[in-house]
Write a protein that binds this ligand. Structure first.
Ligand SMILES: Cc1ncc(C[n+]2csc(CCOP(=O)(O)OP(=O)(O)O)c2C)c(N)n1
Ligand SMILES: [Mg+2]
Length: 595
């Protein structure tokens, strides 16, 4: 049989180094599925439960490997299901290619079944490149351009392939007018700012007396350079969520997370600094950065479009974080006065005690912070962490101490619910020898996680090390938003929208042939983690946690807390519990050593 357009498509993806595709079939891509079936040498097809999860997995593949992630879905409904995961990738600047089917060319424009205007549908999320193939000779450059543009722009691109076209014979573009002649291959360039701009940046940083650094996902490959620069500048370093793995947390000057999910040392450092150096971050909340005029700013980003939008920085450097920091180093002068650095280190040391006290404080039955606090020292070397959106993101951000070699991610920019388990699955496929831990709320489990566990059950035996632990915070509540409603709008909990139905997560895992552990006693947590991390198969650790423990911003004072507790929660169905837990939290912050 001659080679079809679909056979060629798979071969070309393989030429580009694409070894795994996350997808789900449908008659809009029958030709492509047929090509998978025929091919001896092909990317692995990983079957998901919902196309959104295929897109999350492609995004996570890109995040954890630096390679392009690829997802595949049928026309109409399958393509539509991809969207949220693709926006997640777009938001966090990940190279992801979506391949989707379409109605046959002869039927297009005829309101045919499952015909959706896909070029328009994807025009926003894949605005850098979305095209439909209409003749076989187009396939080569559509694949080449979709992948190259995804990599070069670190974004989402999309190829639409009508189902009848997939089965036609493949054709090379003829040597003729009106043809395109493309090839594979892309190497990431070395991007360094001009020398005069490095000097301008150095002038700002050398003049400052109290330098604060903020690093994000762009600094993940720049750990040593960040440490060297911070040492010379006597700076403290805060980490945006996606930059959690950029620096180990045992460094005394690392203030940890920032923002609503952040730490007090990060907050205080930003409020008191006179100079801000941002590296590879688009952390969104300007109110957690210095006031305009309070500090001079320098920003480094590989994407010029992302510069000077959160803080009016004075020197904006387009460059790779690692290369740019290295190029900057020779111009920096070591701060002789280390008082600022010492203040930060003291505040960090004290904060870890606050976190411990908060984690150990009583709750009904389990304080969610304790679940993370107990995990932290048990994190296996080189583990990969994912968190869903929800209260877990707070404790993930604050309580876990990262060490070198670990990776961690979540949906940073889109902050969507649902990626916790899919990210973890993609991490296992990419690094089957590493331990992966997902941290997920019960709402997110019921949205995607429970279905994702079926995918885990289907594939885990293929993984060299089968350990994938899914922590479920079982609090019967959409807790993060319940708290946001209380704190931001002053509304009591609306049970109709916020309650989450009880579900036996651990027992369900056992039903799937996985391990399930249910914990409802704080003292049993340590043992439960040990057991989960020693399991001979993927494990769901279901922790029954207290929804009344507030995931609050770090800088609220005791006075504000008391007022907020007494006035805001009138009429809240959890009134007694939240007042008690909120006040306990603040007491732990003010006097962490109190017994
Ligand atoms: C797709 C999507 N829907 C809704 C939200 C708003 N949201 C953010 S966190 C959250 C609650 C998550 O609840 P759960 O997973 O149970 O975690 P918890 O906060 O209770 O720990 C909601 C509804 C969102 N971010 N994404
Ligand atoms: Mg919940």
């Amino acid at each position: 049989m001659s080679e079809s357009v679909a056979d060629f498509l798979l071969k070309r993806l393989l030429d580009w180094g694409v070894n795994r595709i996350y997808g789900f079939p449908g008659d809009g891509i029958n030709g492509i599925i047929g090509a998978f079936e025929r091919a001896d040498n092909k990317p692995k097809f990983v079957q998901v439960r919902h196309e959104e999860m295929a897109a999350f997995m492609a995004c996570a593949h890109a995040k954890f490997t630096g390679e392009v992630g690829v997802c595949l879905a049928t026309s109409g409904p399958g393509a539509i299901h991809l969207l949220n995961g693709l926006y997640d990738a777009r938001g966090d600047h990940q190279p992801v290619v979506a391949i989707v089917g379409q109605a046959a060319r002869a039927a297009q424009g005829g309101r045919y079944q499952q015909e959706v205007d896909l070029a328009s549908l994807f025009k926003d999320v894949a605005r850098e490149y979305v095209h439909m193939a209409s003749v076989p000779a187009q396939m080569r450059h559509l694949v080449d351009r979709a992948i190259r543009i995804a990599k070069a722009e670190r974004t989402v691109t999309c190829i639409i392939v009508p189902n009848d076209l997939q089965e036609l014979d493949a054709e090379d573009p003829p040597r003729a007018h009106n043809t395109i002649h493309s090839s594979t291959g892309y190497s990431t360039p070395r991007v360094i700012p001009a020398d005069q701009d490095l000097r301008r940046a150095a002038e700002v940083l050398n003049t400052g007396k109290r330098v604060a650094m903020l690093v994000g996902a762009g600094a993940l490959q720049a750990t040593d350079a960040v440490i060297e620069v911070a040492d010379i500048l006597g700076a403290g370093v805060a980490k945006a969520l996606l930059g959690k793995a950029a620096l180990p947390d045992d460094l005394p000057f690392v203030t940890g997370s920032i923002g609503l999910l952040g730490t007090k040392p990060s907050y205080d450092m930003m409020m008191d600094c006179d100079t801000l150096l941002m590296v590879g971050t688009s952390f969104p909340y300007s109110e957690f950065l210095p006031k305009e005029g309070q500090a001079r700013g320098v920003q480094i980003d590989i994407d010029g479009r992302m510069l000077a939008i959160r803080f009016p920085t004075e020197v904006n450097l387009v460059g790779d974080s690692n290369e740019t920091l290295r190029a900057l180093l020779p111009y920096l002068e070591r701060k002789a006065d280390r008082a600022w650095r010492e203040t930060i280190e003291k505040s960090v040391a004290r904060w870890w005690k606050v976190l411990e006290a908060r984690a150990m404080s009583e709750a009904k039955p389990i304080n969610p912070q304790r679940v993370f606090w107990e995990l932290s020292p048990r994190l296996p070397d080189n583990c990969i962490l994912s968190s869903d959106s929800g209260s877990s993101a707070n404790w993930f951000a604050r309580d876990l101490k990262m060490r070198r070699g670990m990776m961690a991610s979540l949906s940073g920019t889109l902050a969507t619910m649902g990626p916790g388990v899919p990210y973890a699955i993609a991490a296992k496929f990419a690094f089957p020898e590493r331990v992966v831990i997902a941290m997920v709320g019960d709402g997110a489990m019921q949205m995607n996680g429970n279905a994702g566990l079926i995918t885990v059950a289907k594939y885990w035996r293929e993984w060299k090390d089968p350990r994938l632990v899914v922590l479920v915070l079982h609090n019967n509540d959409l807790n993060q938003v319940t708290w946001e409603q209380r704190v931001m709008t002053g509304d009591p909990k609306f049970e109709a929208s916020q309650d989450i139905t009880d579900f036996p997560y651990a027992r369900y895992a056992e039903m799937l042939g996985l391990k399930g552990i249910r914990v409802d006693q704080p003292d049993a947590l340590g043992r439960a983690w040990d057991e989960a991390l020693a399991s001979d198969r993927p494990c769901v650790l279901e922790a029954i946690t207290d929804p009344d423990v507030p995931p609050l911003p770090p800088h609220i004072t005791l006075e504000q807390a008391a007022k907020f507790a007494s006035t805001l929660f009138k009429g809240d169905p959890n009134e007694g519990g939240i007042i008690r837990e909120s006040l306990r939290e603040f007491a732990e912050s003010v006097m962490p050593h109190r017994q």
